[in-house]
Design a protein around this ligand. Structure first.
Ligand SMILES: [Zn+2]
Length: 313
């Protein structure tokens, strides 16, 4: 057999490894990687309350992350989105119409994302790398879709539950108290030397916007600093925005594929009362198991391929 061909076959399969790895790697995050850092995130906007929230964030010197809806930008106009972007906040995607992504076909999932991406691009001229699924629901097919579109699926490890504390019947405490307790409870018990948080809130909720100064002050007093999601997950991870529509998560270093392995996050999420979130933990572990299995299977196939190829040479 020709040595040259043998070397080429080996080189071919060595080069196949990163392709296999990047295509199977699940890229979703629950928390910051940098200890002592908190990322405030706001979903479902922009809303009529967003401009006031932006004023608060500016006066406190805090950069946050906004997971926006296409329909909200269309309904309320792009001004708040433009102001948030110009103010140094990270703009990320939350779908176009806030559906349950797992109930949609792959084609409809893609349409949701391409529509909101287009509205954002038309408003501020950038293509976000980060998305958050409505209700925290993104099963294996949804994750594959988001991976194929090169979005980082961003969840959370601290849930204010602001959207429901106001409407639940039987609450004996004011909404602001419950919201603050939900949000600050995990932080009160945390250590800024080891812990970090992605906090879920909604800038469509007036109480959330009213509470923002107190929440920021309390978190600062505990010894945490603030950053955007892209800023708080550390080095060698994708920036907030793609260079162009073809920019890939795989272009941004090895840390990306480790993002979903954060154990602190998973234990925090287990404590959350959000069932949708809990189901994601199960998905998280199973995806890693199936990833390892798939990787082994891919290599068995690759070795079989080499053997067959060599047999013919
Ligand atoms: Zn939402």
């Amino acid at each position: 057999m020709n040595d040259n061909i043998f070397i080429k076959v080996i080189i071919f399969f060595v080069h196949l490894f990163p392709v296999i790895y990047s295509q199977n790697a699940s890229t979703y995050i629950y928390s910051c990687n940098r200890p002592g850092v908190v990322a405030l995130t706001y979903d479902d906007g922009p809303s009529q309350f967003t401009p006031r929230l932006l004023q608060t964030l500016k006066s406190k010197g805090v950069n946050a992350t906004f997971f926006v809806l296409g329909v909200a930008i269309i309904k309320n106009g792009p001004d708040a989105l433009k102001a948030a972007y110009k103010g140094g906040h990270q703009i990320a995607l939350h779908t176009n119409t806030h559906p349950h992504l797992d109930s949609l076909s792959k084609a409809a999932q893609i349409t949701e994302m391409t529509n909101v991406q287009q509205v954002v691009y038309d408003s501020i001229g950038v293509i976000p790398f980060y998305m958050r699924p409505p209700y925290g629901e993104c099963g294996s097919e949804c994750k594959q879709t988001m991976r194929s579109l090169n979005y980082i699926v961003t969840l959370w490890n601290d849930d204010s539950n602001d959207w429901r504390v106001g409407s639940e019947t039987g609450n004996k405490q004011p909404q602001t108290t419950l919201h603050f307790k939900n949000l600050y409870g995990p932080i009160a018990k945390a250590n800024p030397k080891t812990d970090s948080f992605i906090i879920l809130q909604h800038d469509t909720d007036e109480t959330t916007v009213n509470l923002a100064p107190d929440i920021i002050d309390a978190i600062k007093e505990k010894g945490f600093t603030f950053d955007t999601v892209a800023g708080c997950i550390g080095n060698n991870t994708p920036p907030p925005y793609k260079k162009n529509n073809n920019d890939s998560i795989a272009n941004y270093g090895n840390n990306v594929t480790n993002l979903s392995l954060n154990n602190t996050t998973n234990s925090n999420i287990t404590n959350s009362s959000n069932n949708a979130t809990d189901s994601n933990i199960t998905n998280s572990s199973s995806i890693h198991t199936s990833f390892a299995t798939r990787l082994i299977n891919d290599y068995i196939l690759a070795i079989a391929g080499i053997s067959i190829t060599l047999g013919f040479l």
